[in-house]
Design a protein. Structure first.
Lengths: 148, 319
């Protein structure tokens, strides 16, 4: 879930769907507290250049919430990072299924996982535990050897 | 670790930058180069006073030939000993002991833009930072407050080396301008800001940054001296291992008292900024004066920085 971050000068909300309810409670609070905000529903991929401009003109003190399907969140997050946002100035929430890359600690092969906690490496057959050890460089999680 | 070892250096030249600021160029004795350093680094200098060795830290930079280390020292009034020694007892050709360069004030490597806010001699760490960024072709700007152009060290150098990137604010004479923390409102997303100056300036800029919504990740500062403690009180400590009880008088730090009885607590900055002298607290309440621990760590009453923080009443230390 999202958490409302106090003390920001401006909030930016974006989602890929009109019916996304994840942001409503945050918008409500921003209205109650009289915090400036901007809200965009971005349904087309072609809106990327608009998003890029929107992010680039933001000042320090802005805070971004991204809500939507996995591909959308990843795409918007990348644009935000390029503009200068870091994990300290944004939160994101994925609606629907999440595909994660899992790196096998034995053969370094890439496996695709969703919400399983244990998988067998498709490359070398090693039994792996899906950890929360995330690599920003690889955009992947580390799969540990399962200890029985 | 280089922290304990020292280097011998020769004072190659002394240049008077302003009425109160002198620049010292230090060189290696053997003709080799002194170690390189990253932007924002400092050295501790060991000054042989009659009353014992005095240790003082200064930001390092190098505007001279490669392999030198330079420091700029403002004669403080009143001086606690360091600046008075540099200004009145150090001559060209003298040999002194200094530490290897250390860095408690590094540049962010994620920033899209860097903004430096300096007041007075607070310019010194930014000299090395700007040199590093300029070499890497990264985006930065400087806002620098001084009493007047005459008292603004490195004014000409900065204007010539970084044209258009330096903004000056003089509080005396004609066209007075104040360096205002409101400037923080106008920095693009991805900016990291750095403050160096008197305690009051750092307080003002840090609280403005928080008020404008800056994450703590994006603002950085370096103090010259420990924050002013107006009403420091003596407090008692008990050492858990030996059961020994000691008093820390109002005018002394816990670090000094511990080191005096032979407990080898490591330390570095002595102003509550680096975390080296952290000691574990088993019981008791602490008044924290550091700028290193997180709020959560402070509230836990389980740890303290012995150089600046103080106990309330009696404190049981895990030592």
């Amino acid at each position: 879930m999202f958490s409302y971050v106090e003390g920001k000068r401006k909030l930016l909300f974006c989602t890929d769907s009109e019916v996304d309810r994840n942001l409503y409670i945050l918008v409500r609070q921003a209205l109650d507290e009289n915090v400036t905000f901007e809200f965009h529903i971005l349904e087309e991929e072609s809106e990327e250049s608009f998003v890029n401009q929107w992010f680039h003109k933001q000042k320090m003190g802005a805070y971004l919430y991204i809500s939507g399907k996995e591909d959308f969140v990843k795409r918007i997050k990348d644009v935000a990072m390029m503009a200068g946002f870091t994990e300290h100035d944004m939160q994101s929430l994925i609606n629907g299924p999440v595909k994660k890359k899992l790196i096998c600690c034995t053969c370094h092969g890439v496996n695709e996982v969703s919400d399983q906690t244990h998988v067998v490496c498709v490359h070398c057959g090693q039994e792996l535990e899906v950890s929360d050890h995330y690599s920003r460089r690889l955009d992947a999680y580390l799969g540990y050897v399962t200890i029985k | 670790m280089h922290q304990k070892s020292t280097l011998e250096v020769r004072v190659k030249s002394i240049i008077k930058e302003t009425a109160t600021i002198k620049r010292f160029t230090l060189q290696a004795l053997n003709g080799l180069k002194l170690p390189p350093f990253s932007g924002g680094s400092h050295i501790s200098t060991h000054l042989p006073k009659a009353s014992g060795t005095l240790e003082r830290s200064y930001s390092v930079f190098n505007l001279s030939e490669p392999g030198s280390i330079e420091i700029a020292v403002r004669l403080a009034e009143p001086s606690t000993g360091g600046s008075e020694y540099w200004h009145h007892h150090v001559s060209e050709g003298d040999v002194l002991k200094v530490s290897y360069p250390k860095n408690h004030f590094p540049l962010s490597f994620q920033a899209k833009h860097h903004v430096f806010y300096a007041a007075g001699i607070g310019i010194t760490p930014f000299l090395s930072m700007m040199a590093e960024l300029s070499e890497k072709n990264q985006s930065f700007e400087l806002h620098y407050a001084a009493k007047s152009k005459e008292q603004c060290a490195f004014f000409d150098f900065l204007n010539q080396t970084y044209p258009g990137l330096c903004h000056f604010y003089f509080s005396e004479g004609e066209n007075r301008q104040r360096l205002s923390a409101k400037l923080l409102m106008d920095h693009r997303i991805g900016t990291h800001v750095y403050f160096c100056g008197p305690d009051k300036m750092i307080q003002e800029f840090s609280s403005a940054a928080i008020r404008y919504g800056y994450p703590a990740f994006n603002f950085h500062f370096e103090r010259f001296a420990s924050p002013v403690k107006k009403d420091a009180l003596p407090f008692g400590i008990t050492l858990k291992q030996s059961g020994k009880h000691l008093e820390v008088p109002a005018e002394r730090s816990l670090l000094d008292v511990l080191r005096e009885i032979g407990i080898d607590v490591s330390y570095s900055c002595r102003v509550g900024g680096c975390g080296t002298c952290e000691v574990k607290v088993a019981e008791g309440e602490i008044d924290h004066y550091d700028s290193f621990l997180t709020d959560e760590q402070r509230c836990s009453n389980r740890t303290m920085l012995s150089c600046v923080s103080r106990g309330k009443g009696n404190v049981l230390l895990d030592l």
